[in-house]
Write a protein that binds this ligand. Structure first.
Ligand SMILES: [Fe+2]
Length: 172
């Protein structure tokens, strides 16, 4: 059974994951509208990943007799000047999620809930990878630029990235 403090913070984290999933869907729409289907696929996959995290946490909470409380999702941001701004927003989103995940892990340790801490370990490591991969993408976008021709190549690169992730793991 989870302590009140652990179940409360983990419940809050389920909402963060659900919000992240919605945020990525809004970004997929932004890309679809601008004829960038490769980048849209990357965001659809990221939305699925966040939804999977949400479900995993909900099931974990319910499996340990602390009912998961399903909350309303926040209205996602959908207005951006360009693709660089989109990915800078993605970095903020992931970094904010890292801080939240680390906080959950911290509360687990303070409550001597080593089992839930162990459950959180995969999320901690995944956040580190997510931030690194977004940093690499920002570097690519800054290097290639934003003109029509660059966006064409960037979109192609994302198509390859999504295919690679589908073959071996998560896109984000
Ligand atoms: Fe997540």
């Amino acid at each position: 059974m989870l302590s009140n403090e652990v179940s409360e913070i983990l419940n809050k984290q389920t909402a963060v994951e659900a919000d992240a999933s919605h945020a990525y869907l809004a970004l997929a729409s932004w890309c679809e509208e601008r004829n960038l289907p490769g980048i849209a696929e990357y965001f659809y996959a990221a939305a699925e990943d966040e939804r999977a995290h949400f479900l995993e946490m909900v099931k974990y909470i319910n499996a340990h007799q602390a009912p998961a409380v399903i909350q309303a999702v926040s209205h996602p941001r959908s207005s951006f000047v360009n693709l660089l701004e989109v990915f800078q927003y993605v970095w903020d989103l992931e970094h904010n999620n890292t801080l939240n995940i680390n906080n959950v892990a911290d509360v687990c340790l303070k409550n001597k809930d080593f089992a839930t801490y162990k459950f959180m370990e995969a999320f901690v490591m995944e956040q580190q990878n997510a931030e690194k991969s977004v940093e690499d993408l920002i570097h690519m976008i800054k290097t290639l630029g934003h003109d029509e021709r660059s966006l064409y190549y960037i979109n192609k690169n994302f198509q390859k990235l999504v295919a690679k992730a589908a073959a071996g793991g998560e896109a984000n």
